[in-house]
Design a protein around this ligand. Structure first.
Ligand SMILES: NC(=O)c1ccc[n+]([C@@H]2O[C@H](COP(=O)([O-])OP(=O)(O)OC[C@H]3O[C@@H](n4cnc5c(N)ncnc54)[C@H](OP(=O)(O)O)[C@@H]3O)[C@@H](O)[C@H]2O)c1
Length: 222
């Protein structure tokens, strides 16, 4: 996909990886809508702030009506609650699925007619190595990312006839607030990950495996 003339909508663009992706898309010549929960607090020069909570279907639909020239949507917003399956808080486990799986599904459903009407384009879904690797402390989060892997694969087939590609980014730990509590482990720079993700998207890759660990886990599946 050509990014220079793209109009992108990035969810969770105010911080972390989403902010890097939005910044680099602007740098590559795209128009960028920043989908954020609190537009008044956004500090991202050049981007157009749009209110968005991915768990609120009406907010997602309104965002799709505002960003009606979008050709690329980056499903980046996500949470990691640190809950486990057996002793974790049930409401938080549900919330993890709402934000990380039902959120992207709502975004895909609302933005598909928009991208199609604009002549086609792509969804870029930010997933994780834990789509395929399920350590105890990441159980519910991993379940949501595994579900979003299935979502990415099935919608890729469903959307191809409508001229819309679906790329999924899988990656290990990033140096963002999400895992700031995990010390003493290597973490990737969000800037490097954003670059690899956008390069993969530009090349039309369906699945973008960012780091060696993620590649080795994926290779071990078969
Ligand atoms: N960090 C990692 O190690 C890692 C590894 C692999 C994949 N990922 C994935 O990468 C993506 C970005 O994560 P990150 O590391 O950049 O995390 P982050 O720094 O914690 O940022 C999360 C972003 O998601 C937004 N968000 C959360 N809930 C939302 C909701 N209901 N509606 C709209 N926006 C919402 C946040 O907005 P607020 O500021 O309003 O909370 C924030 O912009 C996520 O999908 C994550 O699962 C992260």
């Amino acid at each position: 996909m050509e990014l220079i003339n793209a109009t992108a909508f990035v969810t969770g663009a105010n911080r972390g990886l989403g902010r890097e992706i939005a910044t680099q898309l602007l740098g590559r010549g795209a128009k960028v809508y920043a989908g954020v929960r609190d537009p008044a607090a956004l500090d991202l020069p050049g981007a157009v702030p749009v209110q968005l909570d991915v768990t609120d279907a009406a907010s997602v639909q309104r965002a799709a009506e505002v960003a009606n020239d979008a050709t690329l949507v980056v499903n980046n917003a996500g949470i990691y609650t640190r809950e486990r399956f057996l002793d974790g808080d049930t409401d938080l486990i549900h919330r993890e699925m709402e934000v990380n799986y039902f959120g992207p599904l709502a975004v895909i459903r609302s933005f598909t007619p928009v991208i199609e009407a604009n002549g086609g384009g792509a969804f870029l879904n930010i997933l994780s190595v834990v789509s395929w690797f399920h350590p105890v402390d990441f159980g519910p989060y991993a379940a949501a990312k595994a579900a979003s892997w299935a979502l990415s694969n099935a919608t890729r087939e469903e959307l191809a006839p409508r001229g819309i590609a679906v790329s999924a980014v899988h990656v290990g730990f990033l140096d963002t607030e999400m895992v700031a509590h995990l010390e003493g482990i290597p973490k990737l720079s969000p800037g490097d990950v954003a670059r690899t993700a956008l390069d993969g998207l530009a090349k039309g890759e369906n699945e973008i495996l960012v780091d060696d660990f993620t590649r080795s886990i994926k290779a071990s599946l078969s």
